[in-house]
Each structure stands twice: as structure tokens, then as C-alpha cells.
Design a binder for this molecule. Structure first.
Ligand code: ZN
Length: 314
């Protein structure tokens, strides 16, 4: 048994810990088109120094108020995002959109509880079902940066189509593939396309909820849109289709590799050893994300190949 004095000190430290963790994300909104800002995350995996800030978040200052696209990985991030918006405009926040269910895009929602938080129906359901799990794992990955963060489920369901807000005609597009519900937003006033995690740029795509076939179709849809600037979910902003091609290239390489490995009867341990061309290997966090993808995707691909083999033999 610990002496009572030590127990009391430890108990107090637990309460002080969140205050130590209240670090600054140093958010710097970058104006990419009139009234349109992005906050670029780093091309890394979640860790104790980046506090989960690996994600791109955006906002549009319209005549009537501000539209925010994703809220970042933690309560601190959400609060600091809101403060950063407040330094640029005193117009009210009208709405926050969550592009999909992943924690780096939604765990700042708490700072926007006083405004409508909108997402596709599948995203709302996903956050309701898995949000707490994400929150727990983010605490393990980003530590004290997550202090006081809790899951806030979106309050409004997005229907795909057009909405007019403060002089901006926004096209809300429902896609799937990176997750089971991916919201992409094209602002026809500026030509800025918020492509969410359907597009990664310079960083290896993540696949925990991916359906690669659907994802490739979603990339085709995006490639057909008339945009001037594309904001990927991760990585720098682009003016052309380069990031779309890069994401497609990676996904095609990944599925080809995993299918071939299954057909050749390779073990999981062998598949985990990457054998990739330079254009793939040079993507940020390649080794880590590739290995995660093998774990997510290989068992199902292997089962399908085995099943095909069984049917052929019969
Ligand atoms: Zn994601």
C-alpha cells in the first residue's frame, strides 16, 4: 500500500496533467482563395509531439458567416482553430462539416457544440458507434494533447446537392471508399475543392475503413470535377490532378501487390516486407501505413484468393 500522502500527491497530479498538456498547435490559417483558408497538418503519423495535427482543416468566410470543414484531432485543436478563425473575422460560425468519421477530422467538434455540426448519415452513424474507440486510441497515440476531449456526434445530416451560403454555392458530394461515407465539398464561387481523405498528397493513404474499388471510383468522380485548387485531407494543396493520380497510383500498387502475394501463397510476415517502386516508397510514413494496410486488407484478399482456388478445384 502506498502512503496516504503519496496517494494524495498522485491524485492531484492527475488533475494537473491536462493543464500541462495544453500546448499550442501554432495554427496558421493560409488564405488559398478569397476568404478561403486551410490549416495544414504535418505529413506524419500521430505522435506525442504533433498532438495529432496531421490533418488539413479548412474554413470559408462567407458574407453571412463562416463555414468550417473538419475540426481536427482534439478539443485543444478545436478551441485553437476557433480562436484562429476569430483573429481573421468577427463573423459568426454558421456550420461545421465533418467530412468523415476518422478521429483527426472530428475530435475538435467540442469547440463547435453551439453551431450545427453536419455530416453524411453514414458518418454520423460511424461516429456514434466508433467515436469513443477512436478517442481512446488517440489518447494512447497523442497523450496529453487529448486532455478533456470527448466525442461530439454531428447534429445534422447532409444531403448531397447544392447549398447557397453567404454568396458561395457549395456542392456537397457523397462518395465512399476511404471510409463508407466521404463528403467532398466544391465551392463554385472560388473553385476550391475540399477533397477530404479521398485524396492524399505526398503522404501514404490510410486504409482502416477502406474499400479500394469504391475509392478508385471516387477518385474518378473527383478527377471529373471542375476545380481550380484541390485541398487534400493530408498533404499540400494542389492546382492540378497530380495528387489524385498519386493516390490512385498507390491504391493500385497496394491491391496489385496484395493480390499477387495471396496468389503466390506468401505469408503475412513476407507480405509485410515492402517491395515498392521509388514513387511509392518516397511517400511520407510509407512503411508504417503500408504495414497497417497489410493488416487491414490482406486477410480478406487472401481468403478471396483461397476461395477462388477452391472453386476452380471443385
Ligand atoms: Zn480519414
Amino acid at each position: 500500500m502506498l502512503p496516504l500522502r503519496i496517494v494524495i500527491i498522485l491524485y492531484c497530479l492527475c488533475f494537473l496533467a491536462p493543464a500541462w498538456g495544453a500546448k499550442e498547435y501554432g495554427l496558421k490559417p493560409l488564405e488559398i482563395a478569397p476568404g478561403t483558408y486551410v490549416l495544414l497538418g504535418v505529413n506524419e503519423h500521430f505522435n506525442f509531439s504533433n498532438g495529432g495535427n496531421i490533418v488539413n482543416v479548412g474554413f470559408i468566410v462567407t458574407d453571412d458567416g463562416v463555414i468550417v470543414i473538419d475540426s481536427g484531432p482534439s478539443r485543444f485543436y478545436g478551441e485553437q482553430l476557433r480562436a484562429a478563425i476569430g483573429r481573421i473575422t468577427d463573423r459568426p460560425i454558421l456550420k461545421l462539416f465533418n467530412t468523415h468519421l476518422h478521429p483527426d477530422h472530428i475530435l475538435g467538434n467540442q469547440a463547435f457544440e453551439d453551431v450545427p455540426i453536419a455530416a453524411l448519415a453514414g458518418t454520423v452513424e460511424g461516429i456514434r458507434e466508433q467515436g469513443e474507440l477512436f478517442n481512446d486510441s488517440m489518447y494512447r497515440l497523442a497523450g496529453a494533447w487529448m486532455a478533456g476531449t470527448r466525442v461530439v456526434v454531428p447534429t445534422e445530416i447532409v444531403k448531397p446537392g447544392f447549398v447557397e451560403i453567404g454568396g458561395h454555392r457549395l456542392e456537397l458530394i457523397e462518395l465512399a471508399g476511404h471510409s463508407h461515407a466521404d463528403l467532398v465539398i466544391l465551392d463554385h464561387a472560388t473553385g476550391v475543392l475540399f477533397a477530404a481523405d479521398v485524396v492524399f498528397h505526398g503522404r501514404t493513404p490510410t486504409t482502416p475503413h477502406a474499400d479500394v474499388g469504391q475509392w478508385l471510383q471516387a477518385l474518378d468522380t473527383i478527377a471529373g470535377l471542375d476545380f481550380k485548387l484541390l485541398v487534400p485531407g493530408h498533404g499540400s494543396v494542389v492546382t492540378d490532378a497530380g495528387a489524385i493520380a498519386q493516390t490512385r497510383n498507390y491504391l493500385q500498387w497496394l491491391t496489385t501487390r496484395l493480390n499477387k502475394a495471396a496468389e503466390q501463397g506468401m505469408s503475412m510476415a513476407e507480405v509485410l516486407q515492402p517491395d515498392a517502386p521509388p514513387s511509392i516508397k518516397e511517400l511520407a510514413v510509407f512503411h508504417e501505413e503500408y504495414q497497417r494496410s497489410v493488416v487491414h486488407l490482406f486477410p480478406e484478399i487472401e481468403a478471396k484468393v483461397l476461395e477462388r482456388g477452391r472453386v476452380v478445384q471443385e
